[in-house]
Design a protein around this ligand. Structure first.
Ligand code: ZN
Length: 486
């Protein structure tokens, strides 16, 4: 590589080193930190974040980017660094500070409002956060609607005008499939599964699908996540419930999907300038693929159900694989997003997308939100909550100022289905491989088509390159029909 690119990569390594230290502090906070250490930890992280931000907006970085641009006009690697820099320097520091304070107060008000089932406690805080979000969006800029400026923070290049038909295309087919499902029976999954055995099985199963334990680990936490600390260190977390097997099992495999993606950048020796995912939707495409398309498939359990039985002696002896699989795939209309199944999940997201788009574009006022929530749920899910705790107060996202985040969950499902549909044309015996516990070829395919490119393409560009078409819910509908209508 040229000296200009080498210098830029060196700077990106420094940024990554600082970012990784922050990630480690955060991982520790959520897995190990004694309660009394909480407030000093917040101080430590704020200090380090400040240093990180200073490095990100430094004129030294701008000079390195300019030099690399002169030496390599049109380089995609330089372009992603330029984009980061422009992004970090767009907001006035006054706005960054006000937003951070307002969203922190608003999250506290949300927790209180949720406990009391009283939206009015949250309302003034949410109004303030939304007002500042409008201001942020105007600073970032957009072409057609304000919502796009915020959504772009989470999924580069994705636009509301394209999300709308994507969600519309899901509504009727999903509701039809959900209503055709047998009555929910989860009795097997609610038997007693000792924590030790759950941990051992989880640690083993993630290595089966391709996560490398020598470059990672798995720890318990309250809200599962995956985090990249540095080269050779991408960690998973999960949560355990002795009376609810899927809580850890599928959450662990979900996080392993994130982990496999995160580990790929180091395995393929990508530089820090672009060795990461381009957005949350792309990251979620990998976690959802391993969690649902792979680990809720018939071939997967044909291979691993005997191991699961052996891992919990006496618990599953009277159960056959088909019955287990039926319970793993239970689907029914529901009110709570985080408990939603594979079919209903996207409808929960569709309702939120519609509401947050109106809030950000200025066509819905915060005071009218609870009523609008009930309307949206009636239309998208066909159920109406009888209190706000099970309605508009269930998620923290908006209180924390994360407008534009929700669609990335469904984009993950949509991308995953589009990618796997194409992958099955290249690898025609994918199911046989899974039935034999072989996941190498699947990962190799993603190495070639996705992982090796890091964030040089956006999600919609990956879709275009891989499928030759645009982002569409059609592949997801086809896959769900095959799985749930059969
Ligand atoms: Zn995820």
């Amino acid at each position: 590589v040229s000296p200009q690119i080498a210098a830029l990569r060196e700077y990106a390594d420094e940024l990554r080193a600082l970012g990784g230290a922050l990630s480690l502090l955060s991982w520790d906070e959520r897995t190990q930190l004694p309660a009394a250490g909480g407030s000093w930890r917040a101080r430590q992280m704020a200090t380090l974040s400040g240093i990180y931000h200073k490095q990100l907006i430094s004129t030294d970085l701008e000079r390195l980017i300019s030099a690399a641009e002169d030496a390599h006009p049109g380089s995609a690697e330089v372009r992603v660094m330029r984009r980061d820099y422009e992004h970090a320097t767009k907001l006035p520091s006054r706005l960054v500070r006000e937003f951070s304070e307002a969203s922190s107060l608003s999250q506290q008000a949300w927790a209180q409002a949720r406990r009391d089932d009283d939206f009015t406690t949250l309302q003034p805080h949410l109004e303030r956060v939304l007002e500042l979000s409008h201001e942020r969006a105007e600073c970032y800029g957009y072409e057609t609607e304000r919502y796009d400026a915020l959504h772009d923070l989470y999924e580069q290049d994705s636009r509301a005008a394209e999300l709308e038909p994507m969600f519309e295309g899901l509504r009727e087919p999903l509701l039809e499939l959900i209503d055709a499902q047998p009555p929910a029976d989860l009795s097997i999954l609610r038997r007693t599964y000792p924590l030790d055995a759950q941990t051992r099985f989880g640690e083993w199963i993630v290595t089966q699908v391709g996560y490398d334990m020598a470059s990672g680990r798995l720890d318990p936490t309250a809200h599962p996540f995956c985090t990249s600390i540095g080269r050779g260190d991408v960690r998973l977390t999960t949560r355990y419930d002795e009376e609810w097997l899927p809580g850890s099992l599928f959450a662990t495999i979900h996080e392993a999907g994130h982990g496999i993606y995160g580990q790929a950048f180091d395995r393929l020796e990508l530089p820090s300038t672009y060795g990461e995912a381009p957005g949350l939707g792309m990251h979620e495409s990998q976690s959802r693929m391993y969690e649902n398309i792979v680990a809720r498939s018939t071939p997967f359990w044909e291979r691993y159900f005997p191991d699961l039985q052996a891992a919990f002696p006496g618990t599953l002896d009277d159960v056959d694989m088909e019955t287990f699989l039926r319970q793993v795939r239970v689907s029914e209309r529901s009110l709570i997003r985080v408990e939603a199944d594979e079919l209903t999940y996207n409808l929960h997201i569709a309702a939120r997308f519609e509401l947050e788009r109106s809030l950000v574009n200025g066509t819905l006022a915060v005071k009218d939100l609870p009523e609008a929530w009930r309307d949206a749920y009636q239309r998208w899910v066909g159920l109406v909550p009888d209190n706000d705790r099970d309605g508009v107060l269930q998620d923290v996202h908006w209180s924390s100022g994360s407008f534009g985040y929700f669609p990335t969950y469904t984009l993950g499902n949509v991308y995953a289905a589009q990618f796997v549909e194409r992958c099955r044309q290249d690898i025609t015996n994918l199911d046989d491989q899974w039935r034999a516990g072989e996941f190498g070829p699947l990962r190799d395919w993603f190495d070639e088509h996705v992982y090796q490119h890091g964030r040089l393409y956006s999600g919609r560009e990956f879709v275009q390159r891989i499928t030759g078409g645009g982002v569409s819910s059609a592949a997801l509908v086809t896959y769900l029909r095959e799985r749930f209508a059969g």
